[in-house]
Ligand binder design. Structure first.
Ligand code: SAH
Length: 261
């Protein structure tokens, strides 16, 4: 695929993906419309594409000429050890390939992009991070929930509900006491425990909450509940991964912002 001239002009002064380099690229939460121009260009230039389960097949297909390496991991379950993924990136770069490492959302939001960057640096491989729209940003936009709203929240917390390393486990009580809205990634598996910890930390049961499943994709679903009913509602509605949990008063603004468009 060649980019139209007007688009190519926008990218004229940007670095091009070179042989022996690795770009860590964010694919956004699913909707191809949320790819950046740079990500799109990188996909058309790559000759090796290393990608995850969360990236839509139609986005992977843009890299028609690239050899594909699927290193799927989902919901915190690693099917391929991270060390092997790091080694694959290093090997492909050393073979002189133009490597795109494509991840759902943004490459360094709960996605181990930082670890991959460190491995590349340690091995002397040049790399860049191309930001993507993280699922919290894409998902709340399509669900009609603002990230911040004057008079409602002066801060916003992005947290993981599935910390594989115990040091990473958020102190839910401390987060609850900030009173700031929380957007929880990978939160389904340990939801009951997380919700209990947030309530123990002082968040009222009637705090508005929402689940956003398959955000920005055609099958997207948003389900509104309260902190107290969240676990039961998720079970009743059979909510499955990928999904975001949103907790806080920003959720209540959804009703007012509902638009037919
Ligand atoms: N780097 C990604 C996050 C990877 S962690 C990003 O920036 O979005 C994987 C978690 O992201 C999932 O468990 C889910 O909580 C969230 N997620 C990713 N894509 C999603 C989508 N389309 N809809 C809802 N949640 C999504």
């Amino acid at each position: 695929m060649t980019l139209p001239n007007s688009m190519a002009q926008l990218l004229a002064h940007k670095p091009r993906l070179q042989a022996g380099h690795v770009w860590l690229v964010g694919a956004g939460p699913g909707d191809p419309g949320l790819l950046t121009l740079e990500a799109l260009a990188a996909l058309t230039e790559a000759d090796a594409l290393v990608h995850d389960a969360l990236v839509s097949a139609e986005i992977v297909a843009v890299a028609a000429q690239a050899e594909k390496f699927f290193v799927g991991k989902r919901g915190g379950r690693l099917s391929i050890p991270q060390a092997d993924i790091n080694a694959l990136l290093v090997r492909l770069a050393r073979e002189g390939r133009k490597v795109v490492r494509l991840k759902g959302g943004h490459p360094t939001v709960f996605a181990r992009g930082g670890e991959e960057a460190l491995a590349l640096v340690e091995n002397g491989i040049p790399y860049r991070v191309l930001p993507g729209v993280t699922s919290a940003f894409g998902g709340l936009a399509s669900a009609g929930i603002p990230l911040t709203m004057r008079g409602v929240n002066g801060a916003l917390i992005l947290a993981t509900g599935f910390a594989a390393v115990s040091d990473d486990r958020p102190d839910w009580g401390a987060l609850a006491r900030t009173g700031h809205p929380l957007i929880i990634y990978m939160g389904l598996t340990h939801m009951a425990e997380t919700v209990a910890d947030l309530m123990a930390g002082g968040l009222p049961r009637d705090t508005p909450a929402a689940l956003i499943e398959n955000a920005t994709l055609p099958q997207e679903r948003t389900i509104v509940a309260t902190l107290g009913t969240l676990v039961a509602v998720a079970a009743r509605e059979n909510v499955s991964s990928p999904a975001l949990i949103v907790v806080g008063h920003i959720v209540a603004l959804r009703e007012k912002m509902d638009s037919p468009a």
